[in-house]
Design a protein around this ligand. Structure first.
Ligand code: G3P
Ligand code: MG
Length: 230
């Protein structure tokens, strides 16, 4: 079972920062998950929340800020003074940071009110490493759009507990996702059997007992803030 370092080794360092990915590498991780959003000037940056308050010293919505404005923020101090000065990274900077044998799960986040798609400029950045990545999102419309532009990429459908009828919805998608990434809360043997022809990666598993249970069910992988959980 593969373990994806969720937002890096985010149990040990502020999520989605270089420090967090460095720590994951130190712990031996080769698989990484991180979140990507679009700035007001159409740049791609690594950040989880739509708003800045929780994990930075900024205020307001990320999608209202330019890259230059975001680069001025401190995204480490909220976690601990030890990490003060951590800066938001662009997607390109983070891809260049990883060793060439890393496998990346790039999760695309798009605010409901934001009508912009991750388009050609996004694909240009990720195409050179398309054999060692997976693009996932809760936004299936966005994945469908990207799959039309670039069908030779692995896509992962994120499923949360609030997705009703997801079994028929997944089967009705206009493309076949290579991965299904469900919330741990909806996992049981029935789910595993229904989707046995897919690769299943479960989020977010920070508990050893749960990790061992999922391993026994034969899931492909888990996302964990503790990349050394097993
Ligand atoms: O990609 C798995 C997981 O990261 C999805 O939820 O909110 O942690 O981005 P979230
Ligand atoms: Mg994520």
């Amino acid at each position: 079972m593969i373990i994806f370092a969720h937002r890096g080794a985010s149990a040990f360092a502020p999520e989605n920062t270089k420090a967090s990915f460095k720590k994951a590498l130190d712990l031996g991780a080769k698989h990484f998950e991180f979140d990507v959003q679009i700035t007001s000037d159409n740049k791609y940056v690594v950040f989880h929340d739509y708003t800045l308050e929780r994990t930075s010293n900024g205020k307001g919505k990320l999608s209202d800020k330019t890259l230059l404005e975001l680069k001025k923020l401190d995204i480490g101090s909220w976690y601990s003074e030890e990490f003060s000065g951590e800066q938001i990274m662009t997607l390109k900077e983070l891809i260049e940071f990883f060793p060439s044998d890393s496998f990346l799960n790039i999760e695309l986040k798009r605010d409901k009110n934001d009508k912009r798609f991750f388009g050609e400029s996004f694909l240009e950045i990720i195409r050179p490493i398309k054999d060692r990545l997976l693009i996932s999102s809760f936004d299936w419309e966005l994945l469908t759009y990207l799959n039309n532009l670039e069908p030779n990429i692995s896509f992962g459908i994120l499923v949360d507990k609030y997705c009703t009828n997801f079994i028929s919805d997944i089967k009705d998608l206009p493309f076949i996702p290579y991965f299904i990434n469900p919330n741990f809360k909806i996992i049981d043997e029935n789910f595993i059997n229904t989707f046995k022809e897919y690769n299943i990666i479960v989020y977010t598993v920070n508990d050893l007992e749960k990790a061992l249970y999922l391993k026994s069910l034969g899931v492909f992988g888990i996302f964990s803030n503790y990349p050394n959980i097993l």
